[in-house]
Design a protein around this ligand. Sequence first.
Ligand code: SF4
Length: 269
Amino acid sequence: MLADAPRAQLIHIETDRRLGHEWDEWDGKPLPGNGDFSARPGLFFRLGALTLVVAVGAAAALVFLLAPRLESLHPSVPTLLWAALAAAAGVCALWFALLLLSFYGGTVLLPEQLLERGPYLRLMSLTSHVARVFGKRDWVEHAAIDVYNSLAERRQRRVGKGELLVLIPRCLSKQTLDGVLAIAGRYEVPVFVATRGQLARRVIRERRPRAVVAVACERDMTTGLRDVAGKLPVLGLTMRLPNGPCRDAVVDLDVMERWVRSWVSQTAS
Ligand code: SF4
């Protein structure tokens, strides 16, 4: 009978939401905290320290396992490797201490290429992988980006209006987009919508800015900073995702205006 015939399941496909690949595994449920992944810097520092311990431990395990074979090459090879590993662990510990002192001391104790635009970017990326094991990826990335921004802001960099670029993603809410465009208009800085990380990098290659204010979710920002911030000064503004990833994202426009103003203010005519 027609009334008893099995009904096909209606699968609803949201055509107005194109997920960035960073969100491929999203299950469609609301994000925790309404998509606000704010976290205290201490969370990153704890996971960052753990990441360094895991990395040194993995290297030590490798040396331990390979020692018998290496000894057959030359009896002193394992000893040299242990000494090199101990020295590397010491340098890592010292660097991490200087990072902590810089951040909590309100200063910067190392040049940027040895701090936030150098090894820090690598640590941030590795720590993100460790955080995934604990299901804390977005919060740890948020804290890591906050630490990065604090250190980068303290450099008090200044650029010309035409030398600053604002990069935004395609997922901003209309109200946020209007706010971003208003700020860009006030300070006469160009704004580009980068639909993918690759395009963002292409815009940077072609426009050759001297500094960038980038907007993205924690996941996209972490990979973007890793790829770009070593070559170019970047401040990275993360977003809230009240309607899930890749749609209607909201940013703190006050922070964005403060950053844009601070970077172009000195050279304003
Ligand atoms: S920046 Fe926006 S569009 Fe890109 S992955 Fe993140 S939430 Fe999705």
